[in-house]
Design a protein around this ligand. Sequence first.
Ligand code: PRT
Ligand code: ZN
Length: 296
Amino acid sequence: MDIASSSPFNGSGSLRIAIQKSGRLSEGSLALLRQIGLEFETYRDRLFTRCRNMPVDILFLRDDDIPEYVRDGVADLGIVGSNVLDESSSPVNRLQLLDFGYCSLSIAIPDQSPITTVQDLEGRRIATSYPATLARFLKDQGISAESVLLKGSVEIAPALKIADAVCDLVSTGSTLRTNRLKILTTLAKCQAVLIGRGEPDPKKEDLVRKLLLRARSVQEARRYKYIMFNAPESALESIKKLAPGSRSPTVMPLAEPGFIAVHSMVLEEAFWDVVEQIRACGGSSILVTPVEKFVR
Ligand code: PRT
Ligand code: ZN
């Protein structure tokens, strides 16, 4: 269906961003839109909302429909799980991984199943809501198996004897445990992704570029902590290597001779290692704050 021509959202000239109306990605998507500076109200049962401070409309949709809406130009940007994109045949651009909505698409089997390897899936039935992704995986593995399409409650299929295995999303693993299933293999690690149209609307390109830069700044910022500490001046060369920041650390003299205050940014993943090494160099009074935005 060509939804572009029949959409009630057309005609305002605003940039349109599609997000999930109600589900696991809604909260993270709304938070990101607010972090990139969009101001808007949300009301239950609203299909769209108009931003107060920018020519942007936010459309609230079912997640599965978002790639199609972006492909057809009803929305210029969208936020959707990479699992939905992998399953969809709509050609859209993946603009930015968003670091939320983490899960994996995995094949799971009953705890007592005779299946022990991926090759044992040959000739079996696998229940899934992701038939296209599953078919690609089975083809790659050279396995012929029957996929049983279920739209929900995939995990109960083995107990109902309608499948020997399931291919479904897993995050904490508690649904699998409750249904006495265990992971056999993982097809994909998934997370929320910002998507855009294959052929962006030239009139909206500048705004898309601006919002994308902001989204990237929010993403970048999440990877860093801002760190401030005192240290002996003699340790400066080691400290520059430990906490180089984006160009070099800011260094200020303390009132006490021979001591400096250092400000820098440190990658979250290396944070504790770096702090221990700063202390080993004589660093003390270490203050740490989150970074809200980081524009390179
Ligand atoms: O109504 P609409 O179609 O928009 O929503 P939906 O019901 O299709 O989607 P929703 O809200 O369940 O999920 C939206 C997106 O969140 C998915 O497309 C994924 O990208 C992401 N996501 C992250 C998850 C999960 N984690 C997740 N755990 N989506 C679904 N699940 C389900 C899974 O299917 C299984 O039933 O949660 C159960 C397993 O969870 P654990 O924690 O027990 O392992
Ligand atoms: Zn859905």
